[in-house]
Design a protein around this ligand. Structure first.
Ligand SMILES: NC(=O)c1ccc[n+]([C@@H]2O[C@H](COP(=O)([O-])OP(=O)(O)OC[C@H]3O[C@@H](n4cnc5c(N)ncnc54)[C@H](OP(=O)(O)O)[C@@H]3O)[C@@H](O)[C@H]2O)c1
Length: 306
């Protein structure tokens, strides 16, 4: 395939570019500075480049032209910032994906769009439709976001589906990878600065290593899996439990003090529970999140050594 990756400067995109390359695909990776998905002219120009055969085989060999595909990794991912900058969040997370999906549909190019577990969890715990630990959200569950970020991501899913083209909407959660700022990196840094950290224990979800997610996304494209797909690390944990496992695996002596969301002082409401699992037989589950953490720590240590 020839794969256009938008938001190519981001964390997930970094591993996706590597995974696509390793799987033998040609990659047209456009960071924000080269493609603003909210700018219709830029979107049209990028899709024309893709439809016209970019990126070409390096040797110029006249081999069979591989089919085009798009993965949208561009997003406004500042969950707290989205509460104040709502318009910007909706522009990047909903209107931009809508533009991209319409342009892709007009050219019959499949689009894989990344969404989030934060489309769930807006229903009060215990109320009808709310899920609780041990009962992850599946693709057929009705979304109910609780903050501006989750609402904008849900609006993006709707805009992609409404364009009517071949599309895959992949919901993932609690991402960590070498290509960007993330919770694991923050905990490792804090452990070097102090002997204890306070972490919320009343939000439970599924940590996902981008090193596991990225090749699985390429697999979905290769197998033409369409519709909504839940793809996150196996199992579930609170942020507090996640922090403890980070320090255990990294052999760091840092105490984790459990606090409630109300004490955390974050601007945006977050789901109390948003773990994901797939009910689809054509989706290959990712390894447990603890294995993802092992992979991330090993990859990080490799970079530190190099
Ligand atoms: N991180 C998580 O925990 C998490 C969890 C669940 C789902 N997701 C979803 O996974 C996807 C990838 O997330 P990530 O963590 O890799 O995010 P990220 O590191 O923040 O990357 C997003 C990229 O999008 C770019 N971008 C922003 N506005 C753009 C625009 N108008 N046009 C083109 N590019 C634009 C950003 O560039 P600038 O920085 O230059 O603006 C950034 O490079 C997103 O859809 C996100 O919603 C993330």
């Amino acid at each position: 395939m020839r794969i256009l990756i938008t938001g190519a400067g981001g964390m997930l995109a970094a591993d996706l570019i590597r995974a696509a390359d390793r799987a033998g695909h040609r990659v047209l990776a456009l960071p924000h500075a080269q493609l603003d998905i909210c700018d219709e002219r830029q979107v049209t120009a990028a899709l024309e480049r893709l439809a016209d055969g970019e990126p070409a085989e390096a040797s110029g060999a006249a081999s069979e032209d591989p089919s085009p595909a798009i993965v949208n990794c561009a997003a406004f991912t500042d969950v707290d910032g989205a509460e104040q900058r709502r318009e910007e969040a909706f522009a990047v997370n909903a209107e931009g994906p809508g533009l991209l999906a319409q342009a892709a549909a007009a050219r019959s190019i499949p689009l894989l769009h990344i969404s989030s577990d934060y489309v769930f969890g807006g229903v009060r715990p215990g109320a009808a439709g709310a899920h609780a630990p041990g009962d992850p959200y599946r693709e057929s569950d009705p979304p109910a976001p609780c903050g501006a970020y989750g609402m904008s991501k849900r609006a993006g899913e709707e805009a992609v589906a409404a364009a009517g083209g071949q599309h895959t909407i992949v919901r993932s959660s609690w991402l960590f990878g070498l290509g960007g700022r993330n919770f694991v990196a923050t905990m490792l840094r804090l452990a070097g600065e102090r002997g204890a950290v306070s972490v919320v224990d009343d939000q439970v979800g599924t940590p996902t290593w981008t090193g596991h997610l990225a090749p699985a996304l390429i697999g979905l494209l290769e197998r033409s899996v369409r519709g909504i797909v839940h793809l996150a690390g196996g199992g579930e944990v609170s942020w507090c439990g996640f922090a403890r496992e980070i320090f255990r695996q990294a052999e760091l002596d840092c105490r984790v003090q459990a606090i409630g969301s109300a004490e955390s002082g974050r601007a945006a409401p977050r789901p109390a529970y948003s773990a994901l699992a797939s009910e689809r037989s054509d989706v290959i589950a990712l390894p447990p999140w603890q294995q993802g953490l092992e992979g991330y720590l090993a990859a990080r240590a490799g970079i530190m050594r190099a």
